[in-house]
Structures are given as C-alpha cells and as structure tokens.
Design a binder for this molecule. Structure first.
Ligand code: NDP
Ligand code: 2IT
Length: 452
C-alpha cells in the first residue's frame, strides 16, 4: 500500500482538519464523501497510489480579492470575494456565485468540492468551481447592486472564460446580478462569449434554466418514489426556502399532485394548511424577485396561513421533504422528527442542507434520501446545455430542454442505483451511490493525466 494518509479514514479526516483550520463546512463536505470513498477504494490500489481523494480535496486554486464600491450615500464599502477553482479534470470549472453575509472561504471551498462530484454526475463535461462574496444584497438599491457587481467583475474577469471557468447564480445571485456581471465582462474584454450561465433569454440564456434546479430535484424525488411503486401525487410536501430553488420545487410538486404546505426564509416559515396553488407560488415569486420582500408577508395576503417566527419547517408532518434554502438547515433532531412523522422521501434542493448527524439518521432509517449533489444537479445541467447552445450559437426549444433535463435526472438516478445498492435492503443508499459515481469519473480522468 502506498505511504499516504489515504491508509485510514480517520487519519485522512484528521489531515483535512489540520490543513484547513477554521473551515468546518469544507471539512464536513469532505468527510461525508470520504466515508463512502474509503470503502470503494479499499481494494483499488491505483486510486491510493495516485492519492486521488487527497488531490480532489485540495482546490486547484483559490483566488481571494477585495471588492470596493460606493453606496447611495457616497460611503466607500469594502467586501471580500473569492473564486474557488476546485478541479477541471473533466471540463472547465463550473459553478455558481453566492452573495450572502455568511460567505467565507470555507463555505465556497465546500461548495466547489461538492460541485466537482455533482457536475460529473450530470454526464456533461464540466469541472467544479464556486465563487462569491460576503456582500448582502438585502435592502440594497439596484444601483448599489450594479456598482458592486461591476466592481467584482473588474477583478474576477481575469480568472474566468468560456473555456476556463463559467460562473452562474446561487443564493443572492439571480437574473439581475448575472446581467450586471455579464455586461461588465463584455465591456472589459470586448468579447461576447458564454462566460456566465443563467443569462437573460435576450442575450444568450437558455430556456428552463430558471426552473431547472427545483424541477430537477422534484424529478429526482419522483424517480426515487417510482422504485418503490409510489408517486408524489396525494402526498404532503414540506419545503424550506422561498427563493429560486424552493419556488420551482413547489411549482413542480404541485403540478405533479403533491400538496406543498410550507415555504421559509431566514426569519421563519409559513404554514399554509390549504397548500400552495400555482397562483400563490406566482405571488411568492413576485414578492421575492420584484418586490424583494419577506416570506412573512404571505400571511397578510393569504389569511388561513400561519407564520412561525425563527423556526424551520421540519416539525410539520409530511411524507416528502425538500430542503431548498442553505447548508446545515436540517439537523439531527430535525431528521429524527421527519422520520418519526412518517416522512418517506427527502430530496435536497440546497447544497449540504442536512448536517452529518442528520445524514446518518436518514441513512440508518433507510428512507429515500437524495443528497444535493445528485438531487439539485438539474440547475448546473441546464447551465451545461446553455454553454453548448452558446458555443454552437443556437437556441434549443423548450420541449427539447425539458426532455433533456428529465433524461439527465433519470441518468443521475440510475448512476446512484449502480453504486448505491444496500445488501439486504430495497432502499438504495443514494449518498454512497452519488459519491462513488461522481468520484469514479473524475478520478479516472485524473489517473489518465499522471501526476499533475
Ligand atoms: P435564493 O437566493 O433564490 O434563495 C435562497 C433562499 O434560502 C431564501 O429563501 C433565503 O432566505 C434562504 N436562505 C439563505 N440563507 C439562509 C440562511 N442562512 N438561513 C435560512 N435561510 C436562508 O437562492 P437559491 O434558491 O438559488 O439557492 C438555494 C439553495 O439551493 C442553496 O443551497 C444553493 O446553493 C442551492 N442551489 C441553487 C442552484 C440554482 O440554480 N440557483 C443550483 C443548485 C443548488 P433569506 O431571503 O431570508 O436569506
Ligand atoms: O450549486 C449549483 O449547482 C449552482 N448554484 C448552479 C451552478 C451553475 O453553474 O449553474
């Protein structure tokens, strides 16, 4: 056996902790993957010898920079921003940009690491990256957001490119922010390329990119239920978040006959006992995207609903749950409550919403549990299709894209089944399946390159 801290799982995790002090989210993401990969590579010396997991868990590079901008009162403001380019073994770095006060280097390193496996699972040629800033867009005017985005891109443009690294949206970055960043990139380089995805339809965006993550997470849930002869129809669904992913997951679940009873934001959750209809979901989309309001305002418009301040929705009895807000929003006790209340399926629209304890609760209870890197891959998959359309300078029709999204989600589900069988159980281990299938593709490409 090669001399390396690959030799045993605990030694490997201790090494990751030692090399990444003060980065708990990154360590958590690596640990969750390593638990499965160690089993898989136990008898595969080539991966040990080449130290593949150790290399994937060390970003190719982390660019860190200052972003100065002026607010509407003329005050000079200073923010931090990063781009983490984790791994480009199978394609250009690809992954979103997040604007949120909780953004740190640790958060972006965990997201770029997860993205590497997720992008491999889509079957499209995309490596893993992620970027963002601790800038808080809440309460900022359009002018302030524009000046911030332009200032950020004035530095970021050096490190990205249509064949190098292709950012997109994430928390706090939607159509408005992508527009401002794309405009500045084009102005700085005098090039019109597919350097960002999630663009407006007028300037190279793809149909269904906006819907893709939430719809894809729902299709993944549907695929899992189908293995047990079940469906979404007639089931009560609990969803967290009220942004892009949550509203589109709610929309697709509702279309498929599920009864969605909650949405949330960082201030609390709304419980609507009558369920969210399309009309109500459209109202929430308008609230978030145009009026930039808070989910608590929902109860003023829809009187039978209740707002629960400072709480997450996991105590509401349901059969299906989709965490679609942020990392570590579903803890061990929440997972136990969901299982005790009869939840049979969890599909993660967000990235790493369930903490390690919660993951083990779901695994031990043997419910249908899809990790974010598999379940929410629909967004980046349609981003990959946007890149293809931009390169070919064509636009595909909606029906074609809808079909491709469903096919890609079914393909990811099949990959999870291939590597996630559980001896003696009819419920697969989707976490193990996703980790191994994603790892294998990236690892085999890295082996082909030698020691680089
Ligand atoms: P949005 O900015 O559109 O919405 C984020 C939602 O999550 C808001 O309701 C927000 O509430 C809530 N939220 C954010 N931070 C926190 C927090 N610290 N505590 C509680 N609630 C919080 O982002 P998206 O919908 O795009 O992203 C949601 C999740 O999905 C993220 O984990 C993201 O990484 C993941 N994802 C997104 C993809 C995409 O295509 N957009 C693709 C794949 C995954 P508030 O307004 O109060 O902050
Ligand atoms: O976490 C994610 O997959 C995203 N935020 C989408 C990334 C992308 O490049 O579309």
């Amino acid at each position: 056996m090669a001399v390396s801290d690959h030799v045993d799982l605990n030694g490997f995790i201790e090494g990751v902790k030692r090399r990444n002090p003060g980065q708990p989210e990154f360590v958590q993401a690596v640990q969750e993957v390593a638990e499965d990969i160690f089993d898989f590579i136990q008898d595969k010396e080539k991966y040990h010898e080449a130290q593949i997991l150790r290399r994937i868990a060390e970003p190719d590079r982390v660019v860190s920079f200052r972003v100065c901008w002026q607010d509407d009162k003329g005050n000079v403001r200073v923010q931090r921003a990063w781009r983490v380019q984790n791994n480009n073994a199978i394609g250009p770095y690809k992954g979103g940009i997040r604007f949120h006060p909780s953004v740190t280097e640790s958060v972006l390193k965990f997201l770029a690491f997860e993205q590497t496996f997720k992008n491999a699972l889509t079957g499209l040629p995309m490596g893993g990256g992620k970027g963002g800033s601790n800038f808080n867009p809440k309460g900022k005017s359009d002018g302030e957001v524009m000046r911030f985005c332009q200032s950020l891109m004035t530095e970021l443009y050096r490190y990205i490119g249509a064949d190098v690294d292709v950012p997109a949206g994430d928390i706090g970055v939607g159509a408005r922010e992508i527009g401002y960043m794309f405009g500045q990139y084009k102005r700085l380089t005098n090039e019109f390329t597919g350097v960002l995805t999630g663009k407006g339809l007028e300037y190279g965006g793809s149909l269904i990119r906006t819907e893709a993550t939430g719809y894809g997470a729902t299709y993944f849930l549907q695929n899992m239920l189908k293995t047990q002869g079940k469906d979404i129809e007639g089931h009560t669904v609990v969803i967290s978040g009220s942004g892009n992913v949550a509203t589109h997951a709610a929309e697709k679940c509702t279309m498929l006959g599920g009864k969605v009873v909650t949405l949330s934001d960082s201030e609390g959750f709304v419980y609507d006992p009558d369920g969210f209809t399309q009309e109500k979901i459209d109202w929430v989309k308008d609230l978030k995207n145009k009026r930039r309001g808070r989910i608590s305002e929902y109860v003023k418009e829809f009187k039978t609903a209740e707002f629960h301040v400072g709480k997450t929705p996991w105590g509401v009895p349901c059969q299906l749950a989709l965490p679609c807000a942020t990392q570590n929003e579903l803890l061990g006790d929440d997972a136990r409550t969901l299982v005790a209340n009869g939840c049979i399926g969890v599909s993660e629209g967000a990235n790493m919403p369930t903490n390690l304890e919660g993951v083990h609760v779901f695994k031990d209870a043997q419910i249908l549990y899809a990790p974010g890197k598999a379940a929410n891959a629909g967004g980046v998959a349609v981003s990959g299709l946007e890149m293809s359309q931009n390169s070919a300078r064509i636009s595909w029709k909606e029906e074609e894209l809808q079909r491709l999204l469903q096919d890609i989600m079914a393909g990811i589900h099949a990959s999870c089944l291939e590597y996630g069988t559980r001896p003696g159980s009819k419920i697969p281990d989707y976490v193990k399946g996703a980790n191994i299938a994603g790892f294998k593709k990236v690892a085999d490409a890295m082996l082909a390159f030698g020691v680089v």
